[in-house]
Structure formats: C-alpha cells, structure tokens
Design a protein around this ligand. Structure first.
Ligand code: 4FL
Length: 233
C-alpha cells in the first residue's frame, strides 16, 4: 500500500520509521513517501501562504503550491484525504475500508487552512480524528497511516487483527503475564487452566463487561448489532 503525505513539516514523519510501521516499510508492505509542499513554491522566498481575502487572523496556504505538490504524486486510482476537524470522524470501519485502497494521498493543512478552491478540486474525502483542534494535520495523517497499515496483509502477526474485540465493536479483555502472583494478586485462575473453551468464554465476558462499564455508547451499538447473543450471556 502506498501513502503519499503532502506536508509543510516532513520531519514530523521520521517517527514512521520506528516500530511496526518501520518494519512494514522494510518488508515493502507499506510505502510512505513524504512530500514537502514548500518544494513546490515558485516564489523566491519559498512562500507557501498568504493573508486571507476578507481579512482576519492567520495565513492561508496558497492553492497553486498545494496543487503542484498534489500533481507530483497523483495517480489514476489515488484517494485524496484531507485531515480536518470538519471531516467525517475516523472509526475502525473507516480504517478497514481505507486498507483496501492501493494509493492514499494525505493532505495536511497548517495555519488557518488551505484555499478552498484547491480542496474542492482535489479532495475525495475529509477525515477528522476527533473534536479538538491541533496545530496541523500531520498527527492525524500519522494516525490514519498507523491504523490503516495494521490491516495490510503481513504487517501484524497472523490472526491478531481478527482476534481483537474492537473489530467486533467491543473493548479488549484484560491481559496478564508472569509472575503468577504480583503484590499478592493472582492471575485469574481460568487463564492457568489450559481449558481453551473456558478461556475464550471468560475473555468474551470480560470484553462485554469492560465495554459496558467504560463505554456504554459502544456497548449499546454492540447490543443492537448482536441482539440474540447478548440475551444468552
Ligand atoms: C485534523 C484535527 C483532523 C482533528 C488543525 C488542523 C485536525 C486539525 N482531526 N486541526 N487539522
């Protein structure tokens, strides 16, 4: 899967060379190309922004500079995503959907935003990662890359994506490791039993309980989607 990031702060994406994303790139499963929008300024001072028409605070990113940066990476099948607080909220279903794309272009805004004309011309989808304002779209772009890459075949250990409760709309059950007793607290007996059926049942119960207590909104949605099974437990 190919990600192209259009940003004024390419150094921020150095972090993608770490950990699982770094390994995924070494294995050629995921490619992340970071493009500096400033390289496409034709101004002698490499200017990329200007004051807003109509007045007001801050600066607006210029449409021609952003457009040339876009043209340097665009392909027929590319999906162009603009990270913005006005976008559709990102969720696990959207993450899974995006993982089926071959080529995703992520446009990161800064200052007071980007000239609307270039957004109207090139953006396929606007995505928000939550109802708060950041200094730019770079962290949201990394959130998209990280969450989507997990769904690319071979990036995670086999089964670990399907096994997680969240993909079914629940929070994760609690995990334990050695030692068996920590500060006088024992690991739940069932996990030491080796009885796989009982362990699975206990984990499902825990996932339901944790979700009910911590995220009643998620629990309600889960219940609506699994009416029958929930009545049985
Ligand atoms: C983008 C916030 C996506 C939340 C400032 C510029 C943002 C954001 N989701 N804040 N872009």
């Amino acid at each position: 899967m190919q990600f192209d990031v259009l940003t004024l702060f390419p150094e921020m994406f150095e972090i993608c060379k770490q950990s699982i994303l770094g390994k995924a790139q070494e294995k050629d499963l995921v490619h992340i190309r970071v493009v500096n929008i400033r390289d496409f300024s034709e101004n002698k001072h490499k200017k990329v922004d200007d004051t807003p028409y109509g007045g007001g605070a801050g600066m607006v990113m210029m449409p021609d500079v952003v457009y040339r940066a876009y043209q340097s990476v665009q392909t027929e099948k590319a999906k162009v995503i603009y990270l913005s607080p006005q976008g559709k909220p990102l969720n696990q279903a959207k993450v899974e959907e995006l993982s089926k794309e071959e080529h995703v272009i992520l446009l990161c805004g800064h200052y007071e935003g980007i000239d609307q004309r270039v957004l109207d011309k090139i953006v396929d989808e606007e995505i928000s990662i939550g109802d708060y304002v950041l200094t730019g779209g770079e962290l949201p772009a990394m959130v998209v890359i990280d969450s989507v890459s997990r769904y690319v075949e071979g990036v995670l250990a086999k089964d670990s994506v399907q096994e997680e409760s969240f993909s079914q709309g629940l929070l994760e059950y609690p995990q334990y490791t050695r030692p068996e007793v920590f500060e006088n607290v024992k690991v739940p007996e069932v996990l030491l039993s080796g009885h796989h059926e009982n362990i699975e049942k206990w984990r499902k119960e825990q996932a339901l309980q944790v979700t009910y207590q911590k995220r009643p909104d998620l629990f309600e949605t889960y219940q609506k989607n699994h009416e029958k099974e929930v009545l049985e437990t």
